[in-house]
Ligand binder design. Structure first.
Ligand code: GPU
Length: 829
């Protein structure tokens, strides 16, 4: 609609804001209607869950209305659009986020109150949408929130898994995985579009044909699966813009080939067709380990092909040829998982749209950009050529053709430097010939972004050194960010209100730079008092949760020290546990009067281990074994507790983060590409105990090292330290702590042996022994600071005040300007 039409519609319906009204009375009527007609319960008798369903549907109606207005407006304006391709989106819950972004939270709460329900209680009814593993997937979710809020014409594309990330159940201290069949209770946040669907082909052969006088390659598939669209509206905050996350589900194709049904085995023919659905059935839980599994490759191609077909269809709706394609379309690859989009665009343009190869290649090189999320060369995806040639024969040809031209270009530039050629080639020769997806992306994308400054430096000087020499201008970085809407406004309403009160405005929710204004009040005793109160209330809430979940009573007077993230050796949860054992030992050896000076600590660890990652699972067991010993030692009392929070996910994070005093980000320097948990905790006024790694380096620049507790080897020292091997100095305390585990002090000594071995002798790749002494010093500094509560509170305020740079609004703004070249397109309605 244009402005004129808006006025017309408003006159017709006498409405200010679309068709649905947002006052409590209208909302109440809508909720009751949904109770009766959608949920199918009597409006005179329904429970919390049914009320949640009805409320969600009422919110959904409002989202749909704005979604339509926004999409109509985009269509009319035809701006350049961004398509964000990601195999994972970690959205978490939607209700609170939606009502806050729509600006109708208070009205909803009022409406519910009169019906005898409480908003917060209903919000707890919602399950988590966990269609992703960790940071990479949550980053995608935060960026979607920023894209919508900043009015960018952008859509996300992904897979609608039926099973999200496994539920972690702890039995006797061991992790067990249970399936997360999250759609069981329905999902009001998606809109099923059965008629928006595309055929996705697999297997088969490539034939040569003459078509309209063109010499063409025709892919004759062996299997065809239907991709059906499920749209998830993403509301912006403080704007009517509501964008879309389109997730694809696999369904059997509607065309029956008579042959398979004519064999007489009708039942098996139907069952075979039904197997198509497995493509979108399950999320792979092993983050960053690539095993060359066929199903995983099918998933990647399935979602990419459907998305590319959808994008090209939409473009063709309003354009006659592809000349303008690069001015209207940008495609962002979230890591290499969606990189088959590159040969897919080539295939559709060349084979189906009959664009010549040269022009198609020109388009591809202009539209694709790609973000890398790891530093470990072993973390890069490779696809065995055998697998690709059977599943996607035409794509393999295209990749070979791209590689041929690329290698020719290299030869012209560098001569016959065979080492270099074999390092840079998209095709890796060797025992298993494979396609290097990162190299494919590097060759075909116009921009390659790292996720923090140090990460980008490592990419340029080590991982992708050769490519940097060839195309320095392609290499950029955009330090990650997180959404303050999700991580303050939704998850920490108390702090949110306090920030707005002291800034005198809530404009920081859209304009995060304003949050620095808190610095002006840091000396104000009244703010300090209120800040402490809000944090204390959050700590009590967290303590209640912990007691309810695992039966350990903790005191809100203690320092809450958290480490919440995926369990990985490089993230060094083990260093944390060893430090806790050391602390326990020290307390045990103290006399009564010394114990009075000990700062009580509650150590909280949470995170999932990939099901096949043995060492990570042992770390979880060790954490429980140590916790068991400490928590049940009456001699220690309230001075030290260690609790493991099971099934860490987005909604658990929303509870833990606001209630944390100290948070650990202690990866071996040079290993954490960025880290985003540190940003969420920083925003919430939690102090960081950290190594100088990833985005922490940039956090130091914003808030100053005097407001953090830093320790450990620097990234540039790591290689030398590793080379030293056994000659490295390891403090006595370290060997003593490891010995305790070896000697069976916490039981299971046989099971823990390999963990201990990985830390001693020629092992200790992640340098725990090397960093142990300075880790303990940093911990002692944290204790000292905590004793002085006024100082601690000031530091806490300065953390929040200095967190502005780590908003995903800043990240997305940089991508929009420098990489995607898109402009805001704000729906005026
Ligand atoms: N990350 Br690769 C994941 O969560 N999963 C992955 O498979 C890969 C990276 C994380 C990085 O470890 C973390 O440092 C970064 O902040 C995050 O991606 C978002 O960029």
């Amino acid at each position: 609609f244009g402005e004129g039409e808006k006025a017309k519609v408003e006159r017709m319906f006498g409405l200010m804001d679309g068709f649905l009204k947002n006052d409590p009375v209208s909302l109440q009527k809508d909720i009751l209607d949904h109770v009766e007609y959608t949920v199918g319960r009597s409006r005179f008798s329904f429970d919390d869950f049914e009320a949640y369903q009805a409320l969600s549907h009422s919110v959904r109606d409002r989202l749909i209305e704005r979604w339509h207005d926004t999409q109509q407006y985009f269509k009319r304006k035809d701006p350049k659009r961004l398509y964000y391709l990601s195999l994972e989106f970690l959205m978490g819950r939607s209700l609170s986020n939606s009502v806050i972004n729509l600006g109708i939270k208070d009205q909803c709460a009022d409406a519910l109150n009169q019906l005898g329900f409480e908003f917060e209680v209903l919000a707890e009814q919602e399950g988590d949408a966990a269609l992703g593993n960790g940071g990479l997937a949550r980053l995608a979710a935060c960026q979607m929130d920023s894209l919508a809020t900043m009015d960018f014409p952008a859509w996300g594309y992904g897979l609608r898994y039926q099973y999200g990330l496994f539920r972690q159940v702890i039995l006797d201290g061991f992790q067990h995985e249970q399936p997360d069949y999250w759609l069981n209770f329905g999902n009001p946040w998606e809109i099923e579009h059965l008629r928006i669907s595309y055929a996705v082909k697999f297997y088969g052969t490539v034939e040569e044909k003459q078509l309209d006088g063109h010499h063409c390659k025709v892919w004759v598939p062996g299997e065809t699966v239907e991709a059906v669209a499920y749209d998830n509206p993403i509301p912006g905050y403080g704007t009517r813009n509501t964008t879309n996350l389109r997730l694809w589900a696999a369904k059997p194709n509607g065309h029956y080939d008579l042959e398979s049904f004519d064999t007489g085995d009708y039942i098996n023919a139907v069952i075979n067709r039904q197997r198509a659905e497995t493509i979108s059935s399950i999320l792979y839980p092993d983050d960053r380990s690539y095993q060359g599994k066929e199903l995983r490759l099918k998933q990647q191609y399935f979602f990419v092909s459907a998305s590319v077909q959808d994008i090209i269809r939409r473009f063709k709706d309003s354009h006659r040829n592809f000349d303008q394609f690069p001015e209207k379309v940008a495609l962002q690859l979230n890591d290499t998982h969606p990189s088959l989009a590159i040969p897919e665009v080539m295939r559709i343009l060349v084979d189906e749209e009959l664009v010549n190869w040269h022009n198609a290649w020109d388009i591809v090189r202009k539209i694709f950009s790609f973000t890398v999320h790891t530093v470990v060369p072993g973390g890069l995806e490779k696809i065995p050529v055998d697998l690709l040639s059977s599943l996607l024969p035409r794509h393999l040809q295209i990749i070979y053709d791209i590689n041929f031209s690329f290698v020719e270009e290299l030869k012209k530039r560098f001569g016959l430097d065979y080492d270099r050629l074999s390092r840079m080639s998209i095709v890796e020769e060797g025992a298993v010939k494979s396609i290097r997806m990162a190299n494919l992306s590097l060759v075909c994308c116009h921009a390659i972004d790292g996720v923090s400054r140090i990460h980008s430096d490592i990419l340029k000087t080590r991982v992708f050194k050769d490519f940097f020499e060839l195309w320095p201008q392609k290499f950029q970085y955009k330090t990650n960010g997180v959404s303050q809407r999700r991580w303050i406004v939704v998850s920490n309403p108390g702090l949110c209100a306090l920030i707005s009160k002291w800034l005198g405005t809530d404009a920081w929710i859209r304009d995060i730079d304003l949050i620095m204004g808190l610095r002006d009040h840091v000396e104000d005793a009244e703010l300090q008092q209120q800040w402490k109160m809000v944090r204390r209330v959050n700590k009590i809430r967290l303590a209640e949760y912990i007691e309810a979940m695992i039966g350990v009573k903790i005191s809100p007077d203690a320092m809450f020290d958290v480490q919440i993230k995926r369990i990985h050796e490089y993230k060094r949860q083990l260093l944390n546990i060893l430090g806790i054992i050391h602390r326990y030992d020290c307390i045990k050896n103290m006399n009564k009067s010394d114990r009075r000076n000990v700062v009580p600590r509650v150590c909280i660890i949470g995170g999932k281990a990939a099901p096949g990652y043995e060492i990570a699972k042992k770390i979880i067991k060790l954490c429980h074994a140590v916790g068991e010993t400490i928590n049940n030692d009456p001699d220690i009392g309230g001075l030290l507790k260690l609790v493991f929070i099971p099934d860490y996910n987005v909604s658990v994070a929303e509870l833990v983060i606001p209630g944390s005093d100290l948070s650990q980000h202690i990866s071996t320097a040079g290993h954490e590409a960025s880290g985003t948990g540190n940003m969420k905790l920083l925003m919430n006024g939690c102090l960081l105990l950290a190594t100088v790694d990833g985005s922490t380096i940039e956090i130091i620049e914003e808030i100053g090292k005097e407001n953090m507790f830093l320790f450990g080897a620097k990234a540039h020292e790591v290689a030398t330290l590793r080379a030293k091997g056994q000659a490295r100095k390891v403090p006595l305390q370290f060997s003593r702590v490891v010995r305790k585990i070896r000697d069976g002090y916490f039981g299971s000594e046989v099971y823990f042996k390999s963990l201990c071995d990985s830390l001693e002798g020629s092992g200790d790749f992640y340098l725990l022994g090397n960093d142990f002494a300075s880790y303990l010093e940093a911990q002692a500094e944290a204790d000292k600071a905590f004793v002085d509560q006024e100082r601690w509170t000031k530091m806490s305020i300065l953390c929040t005040a200095g967190s502005g740079r780590f908003s995903s609004d800043r990240t997305v703004g940089e991508y929009a300007e420098k990489t995607w070249r898109i402009e805001p397109c704000r729906c005026p309605f």
